[in-house]
Design a protein around this ligand. Structure first.
Ligand SMILES: CC(C)(COP(=O)(O)OP(=O)(O)OC[C@H]1O[C@@H](n2cnc3c(N)ncnc32)[C@H](O)[C@@H]1OP(=O)(O)O)[C@@H](O)C(=O)NCCC(=O)NCCS
Length: 170
């Protein structure tokens, strides 16, 4: 994928995970406030499971199949303040976007700032975000970052989601 890293914004740096981010990543992913409105496998809610996810992503960047999970760091201190991830959508060219901010730093507009930067960095890709209907904060992030609300969808056998899209530039 053609994603030039790091990406700098006014307050943030989006970059690869580094070993120093591991503890903060695990703390975020195992926090019940993180998965309250998400479908997260049981194993991933444990420190061991969350650390496995981190190691998998951090170890994948140089491989044939990198997993595009990134650290969102405070530009001034380099502290881990959240994560963004891009996943290929099966049977298409689109990428699905995921984002999270540590509870202590929520409400500062950081998620919107990170997502905007990612949309801007990938002008030629169709981007999708799917938010659980009760996850108001997540939907607001997608809207504020400039994604279009494409309504509710219920994938076969899956939970209902609100779909947000940002088409590739023509
Ligand atoms: C969703 C999440 C990333 C938002 O992060 P954030 O940095 O606090 O978001 P921002 O400060 O950029 O705020 C974005 C919007 O959400 C609103 N918002 C923030 N927290 C909210 C909450 N708990 N309830 C309702 N709205 C909320 C803000 O008011 C703002 O709305 P506006 O642009 O209309 O004024 C964060 O709550 C989170 O990490 N949640 C857990 C993981 C998750 O659910 N990720 C989404 C996966 S689809």
């Amino acid at each position: 994928m053609d994603l030039a890293l790091p990406i700098a914004t006014e307050r943030l740096i989006l970059r690869r995970h580094e070993p120093r981010d591991r503890g903060a990543f695990v703390a975020l992913v195992t926090d019940p406030r993180f998965y309250a409105h998400l479908t997260v496998p049981e194993r991933q809610r444990t420190p061991e499971g969350a650390a496995e996810v981190f190691d998998l992503v951090a170890g994948s960047y140089e491989t044939e199949e990198p997993v595009w999970g990134l650290t969102v760091a405070d530009r001034a201190t380099d502290a881990f303040v959240g994560t963004v991830a891009l996943h290929p959508v099966p049977f298409g060219e689109a990428l699905e976007l995921f984002y999270a901010v540590v509870p202590e730093r929520q409400g500062e507009g950081l998620a919107v700032e990170a997502v905007r930067a990612l949309l801007h960095a990938l002008p030629d890709r169709d981007l999708v975000a799917r938010t659980p209907p009760d996850n108001e904060a997540s939907a607001r992030v997608a809207r504020a970052a400039g994604m279009q609300d494409a309504g509710l969808e219920r994938p076969l056998g899956g939970p209902e989601r609100r779909r947000f899209v940002r088409p590739a530039r023509a």
